[in-house]
Design a protein around this ligand. Structure first.
Ligand SMILES: *Cc1c(COP(=O)(O)O)cnc(C)c1O
Length: 409
């Protein structure tokens, strides 16, 4: 059993009462999505049935109430990352925030700046956006990473120049959990007069985030990665919407300072705000609990089977992330043997695809090594007994596959 402090043990017990899944379904895919916290759902409910008015309808009380709730949520999201409320633009999620940041900055760029840079381990929505823009008169270059998935700072120094519009470096990786040195990246990027964008979908609520300390200009967030609802997120725009060199992707009624028009998703935004409030209060203690559970899970697996390796930066990775590589075992076969455990090969967005994960490939792993990798994601509602069970089932399946070839029953 992992060592828990008394306070963490209390949190542990509080969580036991809220466990939503029976032991025969163990959810270990917290990087793909998280369950909505029941406190978040509670906060959202009045905004479907009672305070449903359009927050832009400021002429009546109901509209003003909805607008007040949106502004309270904005302040809570801002507080979670050390921003001012006026620097938060609500969107439909991190995919849209990433598109708005990159497209928006590219379209607004002037002074002969044409170049976009992003690390080779970014989420597909960042890389696809940059690659499409490269077909539209912009230039794109991928910044390489080291073997543990960290951005190669020397390569960044070589690539960034006075023609660079924006550099995109994620706060933490969604496959191997590697945390990037954003503050160091910001210094390099700003010396060249370029903007720094960071996709923090995985980081919010898991590691400390402060836009002033890190020096980012644009930061993408997603509610459903931090126990909020799906379909809502935010883009932090340094200095607020007036100062931002961004063009909108959508044109309409002028909401969100004109950067993201359309009637606001009030229940979703309220839920996102509540999720950020909980993350700010409980994030540090939760991360310690989750990190210890992760270390314990890894020790169970490493003790029980041979030839297993951990991908990523072991000393700088998300507390709930474990990317495990089993020699001679295909992750697909492993997952087929574990229908009662939700885990993933590579990233959810590319699973089903035949190519190995672009993240693992960029880190220098061979095809075989990529195919032998499974991603385990631990989070707020993960219990010790679930991990004990999952570790046991995974190790059994690995042993079976190694002895029979596929092991699929
Ligand atoms: C999940 C995720 C996204 C996409 O977020 P959505 O809100 O689902 O659009 C983008 N980047 C990273 C790193 C993610 O983990």
């Amino acid at each position: 059993m992992p060592d828990l402090s008394p306070l963490e043990a209390v949190t542990d017990r509080a969580v036991v009462g809220r466990r939503s899944s029976p032991l025969e379904h163990v959810y270990l895919d917290y990087h793909a999505s998280t369950p909505c916290d029941s406190r978040v759902v509670e906060a959202m409910l009045p905004f479907f049935l009672e305070t449903f008015a359009n927050p832009s309808s400021s002429v009546h009380t109901q509209g003003r109430r909805a607008a007040e709730a949106v502004e309270q949520a904005r302040a809570r999201v801002a507080l979670a990352i050390g921003a001012a409320a006026g620097e938060i633009v609500f969107t439909s999620g991190a995919t849209e925030s990433n598109n708005l940041a990159i497209h928006g900055a590219a379209r607004a760029a002037s002074g002969g700046r044409k170049k976009l840079l992003a690390t080779s381990v970014e989420h597909k929505c960042v890389l696809s956006t940059c690659k499409w823009l490269a077909t539209q008169g912009y230039e794109f270059a991928a910044i390489p990473v080291t073997g543990d998935g960290a951005v190669d700072l020397a390569a960044l120094v070589d690539l960034v120049d006075d023609r660079t519009i924006l550099v995109s470096v994620q706060a933490a990786n969604n496959e191997v959990g590697t945390i990037q040195p954003i503050a160091e990246v910001a210094q390099i990027v700003h010396r060249a007069g370029a903007l720094l964008h960071s996709d923090a979908a995985q980081a919010l609520g898991r590691i400390p985030m402060d836009v002033d300390l890190s020096g980012v200009d644009l930061l993408s967030l997603s509610a459903h990665k931090c126990y909020g609802p799906k379909g809502v997120g935010a883009l932090y725009v340094s200095g607020g919407v007036r100062k931002a060199p961004l063009e909108p992707l959508l044109y309409g009624g002028g909401q969100e300072g004109g950067l993201r028009p359309g009637t606001l998703n009030v229940p979703g935004i309220v839920g996102f705000g509540r999720a950020c409030e909980i993350a700010a209060e409980e994030g540090p203690i939760e991360s310690r609990r989750v990190g210890r559970l992760r270390d314990w899970l890894e020790s169970l697996v490493l003790e029980a089977v041979e030839d297993v390796h951990r991908n990523g930066a072991l000393s700088r990775r998300l507390p709930g992330n474990s990317s495990l590589r089993f020699d001679g075992v295909e992750a697909d076969a492993l997952i087929a043997n574990l229908p009662d455990i939700a885990l993933s090969t590579g990233s959810a967005c590319s699973s089903g695809a035949i190519e190995p994960s672009h993240v693992l490939t960029a880190m220098g792993l061979s095809r075989e090594q990529s195919y032998g990798t499974v991603r385990l994601g631990i989070g707020r509602f993960t219990m010790e007994d679930e991990l004990e069970y999952a570790a046991h089932r995974i190790c059994d399946a690995v042993t079976k596959i190694r002895s029979t070839g596929t092991g699929v029953t």
